[in-house]
Design a protein around this ligand. Structure first.
Ligand code: GLY
Ligand code: MN
Ligand code: MN
Length: 446
């Protein structure tokens, strides 16, 4: 009996309560504040945001990031209408049997639609056309998102480029994106109303993280770090990349992640040249050097971490050389990233700092390494907005100096997810062995 109780307690400690995992939503005031900021920027039009469509497969439904950002509502086929004159938001959502069976979400939605959204009006999507006709009397302009929605493991800008190539501009396909089809439908159904894009406004809002978002990212960071430690612990010659990728995902999900932020990247040997390689077709060999770039998605918030280390736990002199160069740039970045600094100034200060430490900034290695001033991180791993021009408090970016040497079958990347604070920056993903000595010690003692 005691043993049984122990096992139950142990299981509870390891596996978070499912309710907690699902309820990674913010206070309703947080969503209301986001909608308020959006209406303040578009007070001359009715804002209509389209949610993600019901899935056609058995994969779990995920809301798209913009809709999630503004509502916290994860039901398929929903629309959000924000009226900046009446200062009210209306949620149009269907509660079908399909959704109830597969997601369970509408039970919560039906029980208390205002409970977590702060939205007091909930209607059926079939009521939306008449509703918009009525509001058309007030507004001559509709705003909606022209840019592609982000679903799990998607990044808006990259998605648009791919859809343009494979669909919109492909003569054998030629369909519009879902969003541009929606724009066309609005234009056709509401002649005389101008339809304009509000994607960038939402993206600008998403770039600056609130205290609640930062807290969630910190939690996600802890999960990512633990998963990387598990992966390192199990790495040795003879282990397959597939096993390591599975272990990373297992650990993230066990600790409460709803998904991975992106397919776990494992680059070894000839695959270092494909910096986002995620095929897992190698068995690790003695002498292999791994770049493992992976992170969890916790409640729609992503983490971006890369570790680089030798499969056998001992760096060769060349592995050490390229690793320490990347780490030095990464660490200098942590010292110089602060509000007000731009990329050129950051690179100048990093170069000065490293020159003082004895690095030859004109060497081919230092020139090959890109400075760590990377992309935004948030609800997408390459988050909306691209890369920062000037850092501001509340921005979250990847510090990711990296390079590869194809002829040597080597690559390197030291990456953490970094928050810009009022005075400098904070590493949201601390706790990994990072120096060569720390990594070798960890690999020896694991
Ligand atoms: N995790 C993808 C990247 O760092 O670009
Ligand atoms: Mn990365
Ligand atoms: Mn990155």
């Amino acid at each position: 009996m005691r043993r049984l109780l122990f096992l139950i307690f142990a299981a509870l400690a390891i596996f978070p309560n499912p309710a907690e995992v699902c309820a990674q939503r913010f206070e309703k005031t947080e969503y209301a504040a986001r909608r308020d900021k959006l209406m303040a920027q578009h007070s001359d039009g009715l804002i209509i945001i389209m949610g993600a469509a019901a899935r056609t497969d058995y994969y779990r439904f995920f809301q798209n990031n913009n809709f999630m950002y503004l509502t916290g509502v994860a039901v398929p086929d929903a629309y959000l209408v924000i009226d900046p004159v009446r200062r009210e938001s209306v949620l149009f959502a269907t509660l079908t049997e399909y959704i109830v069976r597969d997601c369970g979400e509408p039970v919560e939605l039906a029980a208390d639609p205002t409970g977590y959204t702060g939205i007091t009006m909930v209607k059926k999507p079939s009521e939306m056309e008449d509703f918009l006709k009525e509001r058309q009397k007030t507004f001559k302009k509709f705003y909606t998102c022209f840019q592609p929605e982000e679903l799990p493991r998607e990044c808006s800008n990259e998605k648009l480029r791919t859809l343009n190539r494979t669909m919109v501009n492909n003569i054998w396909d030629g369909r519009m994106t879902r969003e541009m089809q929606f724009v066309a439908n609005l234009v056709n159904r509401f002649p005389g109303v101008g339809v304009e894009d509000c994607s960038n406004t939402i993206h600008e809002l998403r770039i600056i993280k609130s205290p609640a978002e930062i807290e969630l990212l910190r939690e996600a960071g802890k999960i990512g770090v633990k998963a990387h430690l598990e992966l390192m612990r199990s790495t040795r010659p003879g282990v397959t990349e597939r096993e390591l990728a599975a272990l990373f995902e297992y650990t993230c999900r066990r600790l409460g992640a709803q998904d991975l932020a992106y397919n776990t990247i494992i680059c070894t040997d000839i695959n270092h040249t494909n910096v986002h390689y995620h095929i897992y077709d190698r068995t690790l060999a003695d002498g292999d050097f791994l770049v493992v770039d992976a992170g969890p998605d916790l409640g729609y918030y992503d983490i971006d971490i890369t570790i680089t280390f030798p499969a056998n736990g001992k760096f060769t002199p060349r592995q050490k050389e390229i690793y320490e160069a990347s780490l030095a740039i990464h660490e200098a970045g942590l010292k110089v990233f602060r509000p007000g600094i731009d990329r050129a100034q950051a690179e100048k200060e990093i170069a000065e700092m490293l020159t003082a430490k004895g690095f030859d900034m004109n060497s081919s290695l230092m020139k090959a390494l890109r400075a760590g001033f990377g992309h935004y991180v948030g609800m997408a791993v390459h988050d909306v907005g691209g890369s920062p021009k000037v850092l501001r408090p509340g921005m979250v970016i990847a510090n990711e100096p990296y390079t590869y040497f194809a002829d040597e079958k080597l690559g390197v990347r030291v990456e953490n997810t970094i928050l810009i604070t009022e005075t400098g920056c904070e590493n949201l993903t601390p706790g990994l062995p990072r120096t060569v000595a720390e990594i070798e010690k960890f690999m020896k003692n694991r």
